[in-house]
Design a protein around this ligand. Structure first.
Ligand SMILES: Cc1ncc(COP(=O)(O)O)c(C=O)c1O
Length: 247
């Protein structure tokens, strides 16, 4: 890429990780142009359309087992707002209208819209400036061994960063919490924080125990960018409702 002074840049991270296959790929441009000449938009209330259905099938095949419904939205922030709303609906359908909060993690980023920013814990984005619009969502520390927020070392820490989730749920009341949202590998806001094996397994146990949905936010880590189709697939986080006690 060249800027207005002709300075040359190597777009090493692909915009914000979005241009995974590079700029100006002819096949993509051709497919977009061909579609734009045919049909530009249909409203989802009345219609679906062929390319959308084909893409949904591709995504469903890539997704972890049993995840077979796809909702198309306009970007990452909207995806996270919708995920939060789906979590609320999930509990409302069971007659539980009280579970509405999401717990997020510090050093995470879920977008600039109000609920997404409320779930975010990015210390570089000035959440405080937007305080009047913020939802009062709790946060816990990230699994950041390099600068452990608890000043522990693994394995003596016994995953204090995961146990912090159980503690936060107890403080807030499990009956108010709908979901825990994470970037499986924390992206820009934490410069690629990769949890140790066992962390997400513990998180899953805690979520199951307290009946809280676990949202893997794959805006950056999805679609093969970490070597698996989705980042969370590096850990075993499938729900197992037979698990009971959390130490
Ligand atoms: C992890 C993560 N989630 C959500 C978003 C927000 O996505 P968007 O800018 O498409 O709303 C970003 C943007 O960088 C992101 O890195």
């Amino acid at each position: 890429m060249y800027d207005s002074d002709g300075k040359r840049y190597l777009d090493g991270i692909g915009g914000t990780h979005t241009i995974t296959i590079g700029h100006g790929v002819p096949e993509i441009a051709d497919a977009m142009a061909a579609q734009a000449r045919k049909l530009c938009f249909t409203h989802k209330v009345q219609f679906t359309n062929e390319p959308q259905e084909q893409l949904a099938n591709v995504v469903a095949k890539m997704a972890p087992k049993e995840m077979e419904h796809v909702v198309f939205v306009t970007g990452g922030s909207t995806a996270n707002e919708i995920a939060l709303q789906i979590a609320r609906y999930y509990f409302m359908e069971q007659g539980n209208t009280n579970k509405y909060k999401a717990i997020g993690r510090w050093h995470s980023y879920h977008g600039r819209t109000n609920a997404a920013l409320s779930m975010s814990g990015n210390l570089f984005v000035q959440r405080e400036d937007m305080t009047p619009y913020q939802l009062d969502f709790p946060h816990i520390n990230p699994p950041h061994c390099y600068q452990c927020p608890f000043d522990f070392n693994y394995p003596n820490c016994k995953f204090a960063c995961a146990i912090a989730l159980a503690e936060k749920i107890e403080q807030e009341g499990a009956d108010t919490i709908a979901a825990f949202i994470v970037e499986p590998i924390i992206g820009e806001a934490g410069s690629a924080i990769v949890p140790l094996p066992g962390y997400y397994e513990k998180i899953r146990e805690i979520c199951d125990f307290y009946n809280i949905l676990f949202i893997a936010e794959e805006v950056v880590t999805g679609f093969g960018r970490t070597g698996k189709n989705f980042g969370i697939e590096h850990w075993n986080t499938r729900s197992n409702h037979n698990r009971k006690r959390v130490k």
